[in-house]
Ligand binder design. Structure first.
Ligand SMILES: Cc1ncc(COP(=O)(O)O)c(C=O)c1O
Length: 380
């Protein structure tokens, strides 16, 4: 395939144990959870995955784990389920479009008031500005845990602590940190969103969210934004009040959920701390090598202790798309160029509209590969 440096977009290959489990499933029968007795197996797969996710994020009740098609659907469900007409919403200046677009649309349609918390050019955020930004009608603070462009990890727990003093709901987009940065959900936020196909190592089209204790209550303040059949409480036209059914209408992506069960169990066996340390090593090696290369400017904090394994660079005199293409054509290095679905982060970093070439590392990245990436960059 080449030298893969695009883990922030997606993990390119499933691990061998995950492939083995999925092959067994594909060759068997596929029945729908909750719709017939035989479908019990799908329900058991989902419960196994819920348990693994609950352990990963240290949540006491696996039923609070909701599966969706990914972080984008989850964020839309949470945003639309939590806002009220005329309320004020806060998000940061480095959000992915999965957050920025639904909020912008609601603001444009006059449904919500919206403010972006301003970040430094390296993507850092001073938690103190949250207090000043909160208004009487502020209902929701939704923020990414780490920028998918700059890699910078935001002080989410501090921001949320302040927001919760004012009764503001808090939603964490952990698409870039799940399985990469150790995370305890309880006491941090009201809802946490995960993407299955990045650091968690599952299939594309998997993901979901976890509800905190308050939102898990039927009266907790969040409405189901997607509704439909659940195979439960079918005598009512209302969605069931209990979890996970309240937020899981329709037929589930059982193979995606199975991929998550197997891959997250693997993450738990390896230990998020160990994964994090190893990937930090790759980032440190890459950043230190970049220091030797003229005409290549790294963006972000450039501090491996304060970022996920994502480093965006500007190659002087080259368009980001051209640089990325040459890296692939001449050296087989697979990066991602442009705006990375996050124009806000590029405006914050001063790299809008040209964008950057993004290198991102994962569990499969080796030191030799990092050196080859640096070599390829210097030859540009
Ligand atoms: C920070 C962030 N949020 C949300 C998403 C969307 O994730 P998904 O592909 O699961 O919808 C991404 C994907 O790149 C992301 O980086």
């Amino acid at each position: 395939m080449g030298i893969y440096a695009n883990y922030a977009a997606t993990s390119p290959a499933l691990s061998a144990p995950v492939v083995k489990e999925l092959s067994g499933y594909v060759g068997g029968t596929h029945l729908n959870a909750g719709r017939n007795f035989e479908g019990l197996e799908a329900g058991a797969i989902a419960l196994r995955a819920r348990r693994a996710m609950a352990r990963l994020f240290d949540v006491p009740d696996p039923l609070r784990v909701i599966f969706t098609s990914g972080a984008t659907q989850s964020l839309n469900m949470l945003i639309h389920g939590l806002i009220q007409e005329g309320c004020h919403v806060l998000a940061t200046g480095v959000e992915h479009n999965a957050v920025a677009r639904p909020l912008h649309q609601l603001h444009k349609n006059g449904v919500i008031e919206l403010d972006w918390l301003s970040c430094g050019p390296d993507g850092s955020l001073d938690a103190g500005i949250v207090r000043a930004a909160i208004k009487k009608n502020t209902r929701l603070l939704v923020m990414t845990h780490a920028s998918n462009v700059l890699g910078t990890v935001l002080p989410a727990a501090d921001c949320f602590r302040i927001a919760r003093e004012y009764g503001v709901f808090t939603v964490l987009d952990a698409a870039q940190t799940g399985g990469i940065v150790p995370l305890t959900m309880e006491d941090c936020c009201d809802a946490l969103v995960f993407a299955g196909h990045k650091g968690l190592g599952g299939l594309a089209g998997s993901g979901g969210f976890v509800l905190g204790k308050a939102l898990a209550e039927a009266s907790g303040g969040i409405r189901p934004w997607v509704s439909g059949g659940t195979g439960s409480a079918s005598d009512s036209l209302d969605m069931p009040g209990f979890l996970p059914d309240r937020f899981e209408p329709g037929t589930q992506n059982t193979i995606g959920i199975l991929s998550l069960a197997a891959s997250v169990e693997e993450v738990l066996r390896m230990g998020v701390e160990n994964i994090s340390e190893r990937e930090r090593g790759c980032t440190a090696r890459f950043l230190s090598g970049l220091g030797e290369i003229k005409k290549v400017r790294p963006c972000g904090t450039c501090d491996p202790a304060r970022c996920v394994p994502v480093v965006s660079v500007v190659v002087q005199g080259r368009d980001s798309g051209e640089a990325s293409r040459l890296l692939f054509e001449r050296h087989g290095v697979i990066t991602r160029s442009g705006l990375h679905c996050s124009p806000l982060a590029h405006q914050t970093a001063g790299t809008f509209p040209d964008g950057t070439v993004r290198f991102s590392f994962g569990r499969g990245t080796t030191e030799e590969e990092v050196d080859a990436m640096l070599e390829a960059l210097s030859s540009l």
